[in-house]
Ligand binder design. Sequence first.
Ligand code: GLN
Length: 304
Amino acid sequence: MEYQQILNTIKLELPSLSHTGQVASYIPELAKVSSNKLGMHLYCINSGHYSFGDHEERFSIQSISKVFSLTMAMSIFDDELFQRVDVEPSGNPFNSLIQLEYENGIPRNPFINAGALVISDTLISELKNPKQDFLDFIRDITENNNIAINPKVFRSEKECSFRNAALLNLMKSFGNIKNDIEEVLDFYIFQCAVEMSCKELAIAFMIYANGGKKLSNSTQVLSLQKTKRINAIMQTCGFYDEAGEFSFRVGLPGKSGVGGGIAAVHPGQYAVTVWSPPLNPKGNSALGMYALERLTTLTGYSIF
Ligand code: GLN
């Protein structure tokens, strides 16, 4: 497959599209990022790296971190984890409170904020140093020891995380949060504040394309069965109330973040990431979705 040629075509097409989206501003520090940033990186199992644009510049991974925290939790716990968080698409915005009330504090899935907060709670109960362990996990699968958080983004979100605090309080009232609310919030915001480039994210996401194994040395990071399950949750829940649209237009399991990143995989083939900060009204990178739609159109293959 001529991936570099395909990426070059996508690169040429993208700037001609009008910037329909808005850079996330509810976390003030994210609003400072230039809306013109644009990068894409494809890491193929058989033939290596392809890229264009700002693919080596780090950005705030935000909700893409939810895939990593779920991976850590699923490697520790078995099915009991899913008594506290479901695996159904929510059909609601990522930070919605509505369903939680009538579904008794059990979040719809681990990729909306409520679900990721429950996952953070389970990790705090189990790990001695959750923040360090989280960074170590990402550093391990990316094989890069200097991946870190952006402290300004961390502080910025801490100052305005009223909605995530509300989600935690509501779930605590139903008994679905075991630890101190401040501690869970702090750990969750830490995860969102990790910065990675498209290239680093594509390397990290290779485990989901490669049956749970690192490509470099075949270490099994997560079992094949659990990896398939994470891909299934990405497919059905990775884009909040736009998961159906992403399946329809792109057809790959993936996860977005309000920093403008999207990471996706074609199991057995490649991991691919795009970064473009302006978001569509559902909170997903507008150009990122378009770039991935063009990728599966021009290659002729999606998981369907
Ligand atoms: N840190 C953000 C939040 O909790 C992450 C949201 C996202 O990327 N969709 O609101």
